[in-house]
Design a protein around this ligand. Sequence first.
Ligand SMILES: [Fe+2]
Ligand SMILES: [Fe+2]
Length: 304
Amino acid sequence: MNTYLPVKKSQAFLVENVPLFIKNSKNEFVLYKSENIKLDRDLYDDESLPDLFICQEDKEIAAAEIQEALNIELYHHIRSKGLYRVKAILNEIVKEALLNPCEGGLEYLPETIELLFDSYTGESHVLKNLADIANKNYSLAEHSTNVMIFTMNYGIFSGLSEERTKQLSLSALLHDIGKTQIPDKVSAANHQLSEEEFIQHKKHTALGYDLIRQSGKFDESIALGALEHHERLDGSGYPMGITKVSAEGQIIGIVDDFEYLSFREKSYRKAKKPFDAMSVIKNELMNDGKFSKDIFIDFCRSMG
Ligand SMILES: [Fe+2]
Ligand SMILES: [Fe+2]
C-alpha cells in the first residue's frame, strides 16, 4: 500500500514532475493533479488550496524539484534586490535541505551558493545586511544560513579562490546538519544543557560528518566543517579534542561562535553586540590559544 506525505501549501505550486493527491471523505487518497502539470498560482489563494499529499516514493523527486524551484525564486528576488524575500527563501531552501538530507535535499545547494556568490561578490555590505535580517530565536536554518553568509564574506574578503570560497560556504551551510539527528529538546533547547544533554549535543558533529559523506554528493572537505567546527587549537574542543584542526573546522568554528553569540538569544543569556561577541572570541584566543590569530584578524576585518 502506498504511503502519502503532506506537502506545504507554499510548495505545492513548485511541484510539477510528481502527482499530487487529496484525501476524500472516506480517507482515501485521490489524484488531484497528475505529473507534468503545475498548479496555477493565479487560480488559488492559501485558503482555497486543499491539503495536498505526495506519494512517499516520489519524495526524492519532489524534494529536488522544490529546491530547484526555490533557487529560481531566489535568483529573481536577488535581481529585484528584495533582501527580505532573499533571506526568507534562503531560510526555506536550507530548512528543506536539512529536512531531507538523504533524499534529494542537498543536491541543489551548490547552485544556491553559486547564485549568492555570483550576485554578492564585492557587495560585502549587502551580505552583512542579509545576515542581519534575523530572528533572535534559535532556528537551525537561520543559524546555518547566517554562518554560510559570513563565511562567504570572509572567503571573498580574504582573497580565497572562488572555488575555495564556495566550498567553504557550503561546508558552513551544512556545519550543524547533524543536529537534525538528535532530539529537538537538545538541539533547540532554550535552557542550559545538562551534562547528559551536552553529551548528546556533542554528537551532532560526527553525525553531520556521516550524513554529508553518506549523501554521496560532496567531498571530504565539506564534511570536515561539520566534524571539526567545535574543535579548538588548544585541544579543548570536541568531538575528538584534536589540536590539528582543518582550515574548514577553524574558519567555521570562529564564524559559528560569532553568529551564535551575537544573534542567538537564550532564556539564560542575551545576544551580544557584534563587538562584544568578537571580544569573547578574542579573549579565548589570547588566553587559551583556542583559535588561529590570522583567521580571527581576517574575520574581524571582513566584518568591519
Ligand atoms: Fe555545531
Ligand atoms: Fe552552529
